[in-house]
Write a new protein. Structure first.
Length: 202
C-alpha cells in the first residue's frame, strides 16, 4: 500500500480523504497544517505528496510571495523538494493557466490533477505516478497494456533496469505475475527478479 502525504486547508477534505483513498488501496496521512506536513515528511517515509494549490499561507510564509494564498501549494512543494529530492509531488488545482502549471513544475511538481476530479482518477493518477518514479524512466505502466504481448514488452524494458529497481517494485511484480497464466510472463519476471540481485520475500 502506497503511503501518501496530503495537505489541504479544507477540513472536510482532510477528514474524508484518508477514508476514501483507503478504499482505493492508498494510505493517506492528511493535515491542514503546513508545518505539521513538513514535520511528518522529515520523520516518516512517504511514497508521494499530494498538495492543494490554493491554501492560506503558513505563519512563516510571505503573503505577497504566495499571492495571498493562491500559490501556497507551490511554495510548499519547493520546501518539500529541498527536504527530499526524489519525493514524487502531485498537485490538486482548479488553475488551468499554463504559466502557473509551469511554476508548479519548476517547484518540483511532477503530476497536476485538475479539479474537479473523481476519487478513482486521483488514486489511479497517484499509483501510476509513484510507480513511474520508482522505475525511473518514462511511464511503462503495465496497467495500460492491452494484452500479454504488450505486458511482456514492458517487462523486458523493466528487466534492463532491474539492478536499479526499488525492492517494492520487484515485490509488486512478483506478486502480480509469478502465478500468471502466461509462461512467458512468469519467466520474464523470474529473470527480472534474478537480475535485480534483491532478496524478495514471497
Amino acid at each position: 500500500m502506497y503511503r501518501i502525504l496530503y495537505v489541504d486547508d479544507e477540513p472536510d477534505m482532510v477528514e474524508d480523504m484518508p477514508t476514501v483513498m483507503a478504499e482505493q488501496g492508498l494510505e493517506v496521512h492528511a493535515t491542514a497544517s503546513v508545518p505539521e506536513a513538513l514535520e511528518w515528511l522529515g520523520s516518516t517515509p512517504f511514497d508521494a505528496a499530494l498538495l492543494d494549490c490554493c491554501m492560506p499561507p503558513a505563519a512563516d510564509m510571505s503573503m505577497e510571495k504566495v499571492n495571498f494564498g493562491r500559490q501556497t501549494g507551490i511554495e510548499v512543494a519547493r520546501r518539500m523538494r529541498k527536504m527530499n529530492a526524489t519525493l514524487p509531488i502531485a498537485m490538486l488545482t482548479v488553475v488551468t493557466d499554463p504559466e502557473i502549471h509551469e511554476k508548479m513544475r519548476e517547484a518540483g511538481v511532477g503530476l497536476i490533477i485538475n479539479k474537479p476530479a473523481e476519487v478513482q482518477e486521483i488514486a489511479d493518477g497517484l499509483r501510476t505516478f509513484v510507480r513511474s518514479r520508482w522505475l525511473g524512466f518514462g511511464y511503462p505502466d503495465l496497467s495500460r497494456a492491452q494484452n500479454d504481448t504488450e505486458r511482456l514488452r514492458i517487462l523486458q524494458q523493466i528487466s534492463q533496469r532491474a539492478p536499479d529497481l526499488d525492492m517494492r517494485v520487484v515485490h509488486e511484480l512478483m506478486t502480480e505475475f509469478l502465478d500468471h497464466d502466461s509462461a512467458a510472463l512468469r519467466g520474464e519476471v523470474a529473470y527480472l527478479v534474478g537480475r535485480s540481485g534483491k532478496e524478495v520475500l514471497a
